[in-house]
Design a protein around this ligand. Sequence first.
Ligand code: ZN
Length: 254
Amino acid sequence: MFRPGPAHREIVFLTGSGLSARTGMGTFRGPQGLWALEPDIEVAMHAERLPGSLPDLWRVWGKMAKIAVGHGPTPGHRAIARMGAPVITQNIDGLHQAAGSEVVAELHGSALMAVCLGTECPWRMPVTPGEGSRATDHGVPELCPTCGSPTRPNVVLFDEMLPEQALEMGMRLAQRADLFVAVGTSGVVFPAAHLAPLAKTHGATTVLIDIDPPQEPAVRAAFDHVIAADAHDVLPEWERAANGVGRSSFLDPF
Ligand SMILES: [Zn+2]
């Protein structure tokens, strides 16, 4: 099985919902995903439904944030943080930061942050996730203290632009990687579908770790190596090898 070697000094990870699935948040796509189980929520995820969809958005993303905070980072998140690698993530659960990762490009925003519906308004504050469909259920005022517009979770909805700064950072990271590793993302959705080929064009070795990797030839062509395994087994092993502990988990505090 592929493992990083001494030639891989700049490892960059791209992560998706598969990495956080064991927290109980589940995934979004697929037959057991949120969109299939709660079709009303998929409707509420369209930006054109704002502001009427705010109660649904607070209820769902507040609950997701609560599950994430309650569970904490997975072994995969912790291994990535201890490798000191920058992360580009499609996840909105804040678990990379909770694990100690310092460079995290959040392409889809964060359920742990509230922002203002007023597009030009810079107001934001951390969420204290709870249960319920009102902003105040999650420690956030209903109306922005700066401009009076309603507040919302800082999660990117369908039809909304990805946050420019995070996207630019993600592209920069992909271009300078010498090892680009996609974990727990199907690799078929933008921007995941573009970042691995971008990294490869700039000379990176590209790896996909997924317990059930996609079979589409076009997806697999973007990766030099496809590892069909649980990232929570693979990544801690990579991290131990990188830090010279070998295969022993004796010194592993987790
Ligand atoms: Zn405002």
